[in-house]
Structures are given as C-alpha cells and as structure tokens.
Design a binder for this molecule. Structure first.
Ligand SMILES: *[C@@H]1O[C@H](CO)[C@@H](O)[C@H](O)[C@H]1NC(C)=O
Ligand SMILES: *[C@@H]1O[C@H](CO)[C@@H](O)[C@H](O)[C@H]1NC(C)=O
Ligand SMILES: *[C@@H]1O[C@H](CO)[C@@H](O)[C@H](O)[C@H]1NC(C)=O
Ligand SMILES: *[C@@H]1O[C@H](CO)[C@@H](O)[C@H](O)[C@H]1NC(C)=O
Ligand SMILES: *[C@@H]1O[C@H](CO)[C@@H](O)[C@H](O)[C@H]1NC(C)=O
Length: 774
C-alpha cells in the first residue's frame, strides 16, 4: 500500500492538525552564543562519562577544605575536619590514601565550645585551616580546634604523616580563625634581609590574616614563626575595619600582599558598602622601637577595583592567586570578584588580573587622611620625610615616619583592573591559574573557576579580547560550593575539595572532540588535532609540528585543511558516515542531533534545500518529521560556529516500499542502518491491515492529552521555572521548563543513560570509584 494521499484519511488529517498545534507550542530554538558574556562551549552534567572524574572520600570524614601539594608533586596533603590525610596522587585514577592522622579538638575545648552556645554538631570541631610545608621534614598546621585555634608541627617520613604530639600543639590565635565560617589566609615565606634573599627552602615566617577573637570582630594580619619578631596590625588605630575578611596572601620579593574585603570607610553611602583591598607589609619590618612596638611599621592598604564601565562594580573579592611570569613578562595576580548586589535573585562574578608592577605602583602614590572633625577622607600628598613612610627602608627608630604611618595607611590611588571575564548568575568561589603552551609555542593562560553551585569552569584568556569558556563541569548533582582548588601540574589535573571529598578533574578530555573542526573550534590549548591518527589529542610538552590548533581565531578552515597547501584546500564538509533510517508512513520520525557546542547555531537541511516547514519541527535539537509521500532523502544537521558550518549528523530517510536511489554525490561515504524513535499518528501501512480504529483513537487521545499538558506546562513555565532554578543545578537532568517531551514513543531506541555512569560506578580507568577504608 502506498502512502495515503494527504487528506483522504481522517486520522492522518488529525495527526497533521495535532502536529501543527505542536509546532505552535514548541518554544523557539535558542541560537546560542551571540551575547556579550562567554558561554561554556560544552557543559557536562554530574556523572557524564565524557568527563570521567575520580572521587576520593573517606568514611566518617568531611570538610576537605585545605589542600597542599608536596614539593615533588606526588603527594596531596588534605586538611579535613579533625584529620589530616596524605594522598598518593602519582597514579592515574583515584588518589590513594597513604595515611591519615586524627587531630580532634580536645574534649575540654569541645565542652567549652558547646557551653558558649556553639553547635556541638556543626561547629565545635577542629576544622583544619592552615597547612603549609615548613621545611623538608615538617608541615605546619592550624585548625579552629572547637573555637580555640591551635597549631602544630607535623613530622613527615617519606611523605607519610607522623602522629601529632600533644606537647607540640600550641595556641593558634591569629593564624586560624575561631569560627570555621570565617575567612582566613596564610602563606609561609623565606626570610628576607635587604639584598639577601634566602628563599631556597622556606624555613621562614607565617604571614596570616584572619579573625583573632571568639566574636569574630577583630581581624588581624600577623607574622609568626621564624626568627623575626612577631608583628601585628594595630586594632586601636583601625587599620582594618572590624569585618575585614581575608582571601589571599601573596608574597613578592620584598613584601607580602594580602587581599581582603571590608566595609568601606572612605565612601558615604546609603547602605553598607563592601570594598576589596590589597594590603602590603614589608618582609624586613621589625616593628618600631618607641612607637608601634610589635606592630607593623609598613602596613599600607589600597582599594582594588574590578569593574566594567557603566556597570555596578564587582566589589567583593573572593580569592586571588599569583601566576608567576616566565622571563620577560610581569607576574600577574588573578582574582575573582562577585558583586554585593543581587540582580533578579542572582549575583554576578568577574575575573580581573593585576600585574605586580601595578600593585607596587599604587603604594608609591599619595595617601588618604581622615579629617577627624568631618569624618571625611581627603587626599594627602607625599610627605617630606626620607625614607618615605611605609617603604621597606624605614628603620624602627624613625619616629617621624612612624608617627605618619599611624594615620596614613590608606593609599589614595586605586588598583584598577578590567574584567577578563564577566559571568552573571554565577558566583565564583575559588580559582586556580596556569599557562599552557599551544602548538604555536605561545603560552595561554588557563583559569579553573569553582562556583557556589559545584561546577568548574575552564576559561582561557585569549589575548586582549577577554576569556572564553572551554567547558563547564558540574561536579555534584546537588548544588554545593567548591571549597578549594589545587592544581597538580605533574598529573595534569585540578583537585577540588568540598564537604564530602575530593574530585580529581583532568585538565581536558580531548577525545570528546570528534572531528578536526570540533577540536579546533574548542580553542582548548591542551588539545590539538593529530592528522595522522585522526584524533583530537592532549598536547604533550613538546608539541609535534603536524598537530593542528588555532587558539587565536579557532578557524578550522585554516587548521583542518588537508595537505601541505593548507590554505588552498578547505577541509571536507562531506559527512564521515551516513545513518540510514527506515520511514514508516504516517508516523513522526525523530532524527536526533547532539549539539557538540553551545556556541554554535544548528539547522537542518534536506538535500540541498531547507527542510519543509509544514511537516517538520525541531525539538531539543532533534528533527521531528511527519512522514508523508516524498519526504525521503538526505537530512543533515549543521552546526555553524565562528562563521564555519559543518554537518554534525547526516541521515538518509528510506521509504519502506520505495527504497530511494542513492544520491551519486554521496557515493563512497560509509552508511550505517540505525533505528530512529518513531511515533505513529495515523492509519499507516502496518496498522491499516487491522481495520480497527481503537489503536488510532488511543494514539490520538494520548497525543491530545500530551499537547494540552504541554500547553499547561508552558503557561506555568516562567514562575515555576524561576522557583525550580533556585534548587536545581541548571541545565542538568531536566530540560528547561516548557520543554517536556511532547510525544510518546512507540520505539525508544536510545537508552537515556547511555553515556552516564552513576556515582560509584567504575569506568575503564577505574575512575569514579570511591575509596573507603574501614
Ligand atoms: C573521554 O571522552 C571519550 C569520548 O566521549 C570517552 O569515551 C572517555 O571515557 C572519556 N575519558 C575520560 C577520562 O573522561
Ligand atoms: C550535642 O549535645 C547534646 C546535648 O547537649 C547531645 O544530646 C548530643 O548527643 C550532642 N551531639 C554530639 C554530636 O556530641
Ligand atoms: C624543621 O622544623 C622542625 C620544627 O621547627 C624542626 O624540629 C626540624 O629540625 C626542622 N628540620 C630541618 C631539616 O631543618
Ligand atoms: C619559561 O619559558 C621557557 C622558554 O621560553 C621554558 O623553557 C621554561 O620551561 C619556562 N618556565 C616556566 C616556569 O614556565
Ligand atoms: C535531547 O537531546 C539529547 C541529544 O540528542 C538527548 O540525549 C536527550 O535525551 C534529549 N532530551 C529529551 C528530553 O528528549
């Protein structure tokens, strides 16, 4: 029986009507890209097998907050709640526990803590906050110790941790916060004497910034350990606002920089205005003799501004790291900021970079001075005192300079940065930065950014044009902040600590880019196309000359061209394989098309023309085709990205009774028969034999019900969707509201979990296998 002519069969007519109704209800396809903000090109939901991650956890342990890489890069030390762990990370796959030492707060401290109305279930524990390499044989660690900070040395033997000796535990006020919720930062540096830097192996001093009292109202910036005097900030002189919250400490040759956030005192504002700061102290500071005894004599601070012209500033600094320069360039501090203000329920984030040279310059300018009568800050020029107050050559006895320092600790100039990356609706918590050398021999800055909802963004700074997001990896299915990030360059991975364990995230999985075009368009400096093996591969340290990449423009026309005359032979746009699908008359055929890139726009073609609109629709990227006479032939899903189009998938739709002739254009391309999901809507050939209208009635009723419920969902979508978005990780597990599957499927040949491994499964590399030690 031939396909019934349209209009003859009332059921077909109804089918067509419902189909048209469906087209009206489908949400418009979003073309992706376009906007100003970078969009992650690829998004991996938790458990996506294309980005297999290893997960370490340990029964009974939580809050894997502090991470430290050993000098040789083979061991990761981890400070968790009431324990410190040494993990062997040398082998691929899940980190292996070398050993673990408990370090619980004492019962006495726990009782006192609970007595002071702190929670014995969530707060009165020893949360490890500081973990640094002190010398070749010892680590130095500090913890909150049930709201009574404590510190200790921990011996090492073959990078195994030796037990903590009770008598070596000392008070840690100013080094660790009291409250695990308070921010803190600490860095260990070598001693610095003018002209002589002994930075070989740090046997030096700990510079830390945190809250130094139980109430969390006295921030302090303090230097301890080592041979130099203990120095701190002066509380009485209000060098720091009482809510100062430290996020990073970065040592330079002569000075140590601290990054923090506090309430602004120099601006009059109708609400409490937060402001980001950089403070600086000299390493050779020994405190004053008569004035400023045991206090910094070189403490200076300045405002840090990360803002786009005409927009609210990103005024709250969350984290900062140093990217040391190689040879010529200047070392840069990369910092993540969020905005104090929420816009439609979400905050935005930005990344700014500041060169050490610029930071240094800010501290060489004018000062600010508080007019005590008007309580206003005014600009104060440079005083006629030599050496300059606050400079590292001020001695302990230059009373004139020290008197000046007491009231002139705020610089007039701001440290200004232009955002490299702005992302609304995302709050970055931490970042890690490294450089990656591309095939062109140039170094590209790669940033890994952890979010409050548990994803990791891999961003690449591309020259002056800002950064692009190579990928987003959702680490957990339930939103939860990334607490810490640690790069492990030897292993080519980033470790992310969170409440329940540690994720090991390999820098890249280049095999997800299946074609040269996809590989080049990804603009991931870690991946390049190897024409010999026809694979997108991880770039080794010395990149083979034949491998292709175009970090600057992401132009596959150039990079994927064949032969030595690269530019004159554009790459093939013929499909690599054609999928043959059998058409069943009077049914809706679904031709899936995976979207390899969120930056591309997608469209379908039918032969050389566009697909007929009346009998087709695109839903979730798939082409829904109402099978009627003459619809057979070639259907291709095209991706257009960066001005370049390539076929993602190509189908040849064959009619059951009239196999179509092979298009000579497509000769030589391998074919593969596949079964596509089908939904029958009318009296098709197979059903016509039965002569019973019951199945038709059923199908149409079900369809009608689905279409109506689809309409209802669409109507409710916006308010409900906004509610749902708060609780759920966006874009994973569910389609955006309003995009519920519109059709029931008679055959569903795509197991939905095809590419997934659930947490706890074991993949080929033995990844994703939790380690538990009884
Ligand atoms: C990398 O991607 C390929 C292709 O999707 C996948 O088969 C493989 O398991 C992935 N490997 C890792 C380590 O994520
Ligand atoms: C916390 O204290 C309450 C009583 O004050 C007690 O019942 C509970 O078991 C304690 N919880 C823990 C974890 O110690
Ligand atoms: C490292 O520091 C610890 C603690 O001060 C000390 O006991 C040990 O001797 C030092 N080791 C070396 C090799 O200097
Ligand atoms: C610095 O660059 C040189 C080549 O320009 C390279 O050999 C060296 O490994 C780089 N060092 C670091 C620390 O990146
Ligand atoms: C949307 O399309 C993707 C890729 O073809 C598929 O994996 C996914 O299951 C589809 N979702 C729904 C709800 O149909």
């Amino acid at each position: 029986m031939a396909l019934p002519a349209l209009g003859l069969d009332p059921w077909s007519l109804l089918g067509l009507f419902l189909f048209q109704l469906l087209l009206l209800l489908l949400p418009p396809t979003n073309a992706g890209g376009g906007g100003q903000e970078p969009v992650p090109r690829v998004k991996y939901c938790a458990g996506d097998g294309r980005r297999a991650l290893s997960f370490f956890h340990q029964k009974g342990l939580q809050d894997f907050d502090t991470l430290l890489l050993s000098g040789d890069g083979g061991t990761l030390y981890v400070g968790a709640r009431e324990a410190i762990l040494a993990l062997d990370i040398q082998d691929p796959g899940v980190p292996r526990l070398k050993n673990m030492i408990p370090w619980p707060a004492s019962d006495r401290k726990k009782n006192e803590c609970a007595f002071k109305k702190k929670s014995n279930e969530t707060q009165c524990f020893n949360f490890i906050r500081v973990l640094v390499s002190f010398n070749a044989t010892h680590l130095y660690a500090c913890g909150t110790f049930a709201f009574s900070p404590a510190c200790t040395f921990i011996g090492l033997q073959d990078s195994y941790l030796l037990p903590i000796l009770e008598n070596r535990v000392v008070e840690g006020k100013g080094q660790s916060p009291f409250d695990p919720a308070h921010k803190h930062t600490a860095v260990l540096t070598g001693e610095y004497h003018v002209g002589v830097s002994t930075s070989a192996f740090p046997d030096g001093m700990l510079y830390s910034g945190t809250m130094s009292n139980f109430l969390g109202s006295e921030p302090i910036l303090i230097r301890t350990l080592g041979s130099q005097p203990v120095l701190k900030t002066d509380n009485f002189l209000r060098w720091l606002q009482s809510d100062a919250s430290f996020v990073a400490a970065i040592p330079s040759t002569e000075v140590v920089y601290f990054f923090f956030e506090e309430t602004a005192s120099e601006f009059e504002f109708f609400e409490k205005l937060h402001i980001s700061r950089v403070a600086r102290v000299c390493k050779n500071d020994v405190g004053g003799e008569k004035l400023l005894q045991k206090k910094w004599t070189t403490f200076l601070k300045a405002q840090v501004l990360c803002a786009q012209p005409g927009q609210l500033p990103f005024n709250v600094i969350r984290h900062a790291v140093l990217l040391p320069s190689n040879s010529s360039g200047d070392s840069q501090v990369y910092a993540v900021f969020t905005s104090q203000w929420e816009i439609s329920g979400t905050r935005s984030s930005a990344v700014c970079a500041f060169s050490l040279e610029n930071i240094k310059r800010v501290f060489e300018g004018k000062y600010k001075e508080l007019n005590k009568e008007t309580s206003r800050w005014t600009t104060y020029g440079i005083p006629n005192i030599d050496p300059r107050p606050g400079s590292c050559s001020v001695g302990p006895s230059s009373d004139k300079a020290l008197t000046f320092m007491k009231d002139h600790f705020l610089m007039d100039e701001q440290l200004v940065g232009t955002p490299l990356l702005v992302k609304s609706g995302v709050e970055y918590t931490r970042l890690a930065v490294e450089t990656a050398r591309g095939t062109d021999g140039r170094d590209h800055v790669v940033m890994y950014l952890g979010t409050t909802t548990g994803s990791l963004h891999k961003a690449v700074v591309s020259g002056d044009s800002g950064a692009h997001l190579v990928e987003e990896i959702q680490l957990f299915s339930d939103p939860e902040p990334v607490r810490n990030l640690q790069l492990a360059p030897v292993q080519g991975a980033v470790f992310a600590g969170f409440s329940g364990g540690i994720w090991k995230v390999p820098r890249a999985n280049c095999s997800v880019y299946e074609s040269c075009m996809d590989c080049v368009l990804a603009r991931d400096p870690h991946c390049a196309w190897d024409p010999k093996s026809s694979n997108c591969r991880l770039l080794p340290t010395h990149s083979p000359g034949s491998w292709r990449q175009d970090m600057e423009h992401g132009n596959p026309d150039w990079a994927c061209a064949n032969g030595p005359m690269a530019r004159s032979h554009p790459p093939q746009r013929r499909p690599q394989i054609i999928k043959e699908v059998l058409a069943v008359p009077n049914s809706i055929l679904e031709l899936p098309c995976a979207h390899p890139s969120a930056l591309a726009s997608y469209h379908w073609s039918h032969g050389t023309a566009t697909v007929p609109g009346a009998s087709s629709a695109v839903y979730n990227g798939s082409l829904l085709l109402l099978l009627r006479a003459g619809v057979g032939g070639l259907y291709q899903c095209w991706a257009t990205e960066n001005g370049f189009s390539y076929p993602v998938v190509s189908y040849w739709v064959d009619s059951e009774d009239q196999p179509l002739a092979l298009d000579p254009e497509l000769a030589g391309i391998p074919r593969e028969r596949v079964e596509a999901p089908l939904t029958r809507v009318g009296g098709g050939a197979a059903l016509a034999a039965q002569r019973s209208y019951w199945p038709h009635f059923l199908t149409v009723t079900v369809l009608l019900a689905l279409v109506l419920s689809g309409a209802l969902i669409l109507l409710l979508a916006s308010p409900l969707g906004a509610l749902r978005a708060r609780g759920k990780v966006q874009g994973c597990d569910t389609l955006p509201p309003g995009e519920k599957a519109p059709l029931s499927r008679e055959k569903h040949l795509h197991p939905p979990k095809e590419h997934r491994t659930s947490a706890g499964d074991v993949d080929a590399d033995n990844n994703r296998l939790g380690t538990e030690v009884a």
